[in-house]
Design a protein around this ligand. Structure first.
Ligand code: GLN
Length: 452
């Protein structure tokens, strides 16, 4: 049924970069046989799951949206994906994304732009735009995404689905093609907080193959939501981030998010105003730190070890240069240059080090809010609903401003969720962001679930 839906819808939406129908049907049949034999089935048995194309699946094409990896076939499977498979998920395909996660609209994919299922003249958001659109168009039940500065939450908000960015380290990054390693996280997109909770719970947990993986036990996210108290927010203190509603926020976004906050209050939450004074500088710091890490991480794409190699180089140096010149997109090159510059002698202190200090200050802002007995923070996900295809594609700075409200939680490594909370007058989805303290996905999911 889902494969048929992809055939029907995806030529217009372009959520998928590859679909392996044979493999999907085969694994669905395997699960059917297991069911007939009364074998014990996993909690995702038979559920169609799509995977962002920066996560490796053994034997499948994994491009990260980049020309340089067009013919790359992964020799192993990412831990998060392998855990979903072990729970019975049927992997149906790989979803489109901005190249290496660098973008907010999927227009920076080397292959295609994913359209927003609610209005195909609009973008799906990014960089996990393919995953968000696939869920929104019901081309899969759950999709896996990655979020470095907002790449799960922002497309979820644009496409009207639920997207969870987990605490940094909660889900293993093993098998995720690195963008900015100190910020990269893996998480689910789904149509409800319960489904997101289930997928997160399965993917989460310590993995010795990722040195930054959290050793903590994973709480029973789903059980907590099913608990009788799951629908009430009695005793929960929610801080509304003042700065998130200042300057540049679309009126309809502010209105719908404020309505959602009133609903949280009616469910028993105590709502207070709170300030994150450094919220607005977080974006500037991020656009130094993420490119700096990317410039190091992407050095491996030299045409020798992975992907496309220039066939006619004059010497070793031109082999690297030509392979990268032809294989990497403009936005990726821009980030590599910014990062290389920020890390270079003479500029390091002025840019990289300063950005690291801002990162610390932003994390401290969150900490002081949570120390004031605030359990959760709320804001819009994005300042506007989905933009038109092409509207901001050639204006990187304007594109970067789409991330101002999602980047702060990324810098601090905190869990955050994007929950649909209404529509603009033109019928575009709007998202509420709920941010929790470190390791508290359960609180974030509880608020999202109660709201839904
Ligand atoms: N849009 C942001 C960027 O371009 C965030 C992307 C992400 O989270 N991967 O870096």
């Amino acid at each position: 049924e889902y494969l048929d839906r992809i055939v029907d819808r995806d030529s217009e939406i372009c959520a998928f970069l590859s679909v392996d129908a044979e493999e999907a049907l085969e694994s669905a049949r395997r699960i059917d046989r297991a069911r007939e034999n009364s074998e014990k089935l996993g909690s995702l048995a038979g559920v169609p799951v799509a995977v962002k194309d920066n996560l490796c699946i053994k034997g499948s094409s994994t491009t990260a949206g980049s020309r340089i990896l067009e013919n790359y076939v992964a020799p192993y499977t990412a831990t998060a994906v392998q855990r979903l498979q072990a729970a019975g998920a049927v992997l149906i395909g790989k979803t489109n994304m901005d190249e290496y996660g660098m973008g907010s609209s999927t227009e920076k994919s080397a292959f295609t732009t994913t359209r927003n299922p609610w209005d195909t003249s609009r973008v799906s958001g990014g960089s996990s735009g393919g995953s968000a659109a696939a869920v929104a168009a019901r081309e899969c039940v759950i999709a896996v995404g990655s979020d470095t500065g907002g790449s799960i939450r922002q497309p979820a908000s644009y496409c009207g689905v639920t997207g969870l960015k987990c605490t940094y380290g909660r889900v293993s990054r093993y098998g995720l093609l690195a963008y900015a390693s100190s910020l990269d996280t893996v998480g689910p997109l789904a149509t409800s907080a319960v489904d997101a909770a289930l997928a997160a719970q399965i993917m989460a947990g310590v993995d010795r193959l990722d040195g930054t993986s959290l050793p903590d036990d994973v709480p029973d996210f789903v059980g907590m939501l099913q608990d009788k108290s799951g629908a009430s927010l009695e005793g929960v203190r929610i801080g509304v981030i003042d700065e998130a509603f200042e300057g540049g926020i679309d009126d309809q976004v502010a209105e719908k998010v404020n309505d959602a906050i009133s609903v949280l209050e009616s469910l028993g939450a105590e709502v207070v105003r709170t300030s994150l004074p450094n919220l607005r500088v977080a974006t500037s710091a991020y656009y130094i730190l993420a490119p700096s890490e990317a410039s190091a991480n992407l050095a491996r794409y030299d045409g020798v070890r992975y992907g496309e190699r220039n066939e006619d180089p004059e010497n070793m140096s031109s082999l690297y240069t030509m392979s990268r010149k032809n294989g990497l997109g403009e936005e990726v090159k821009r980030r590599i240059m910014v990062g290389t510059f920020a890390l270079s002698t003479g500029y390091y202190d002025a840019f990289y080090l300063r950005a690291q200090k801002i990162r610390t200050v932003v994390a401290q802002d969150f900490q002081s809010a949570f120390e004031k007995d605030i359990d959760l923070l709320v804001s819009p996900v994005s300042p506007t609903p989905a933009m038109g295809v092409g509207e901001k594609a050639d204006d990187p700075v304007s594109m970067y401003t789409q991330d101002i409200l999602t980047i702060p939680a990324s810098l601090a490594g905190l869990p955050a969720i994007s929950v649909p909370c209404g529509f603009s007058s033109t019928g575009l989805p709007i998202g509420l962001q709920v941010i929790g303290s470190f390791g508290k996905e359960a609180d974030v999911l509880r608020a999202a679930h109660a709201y839904q």
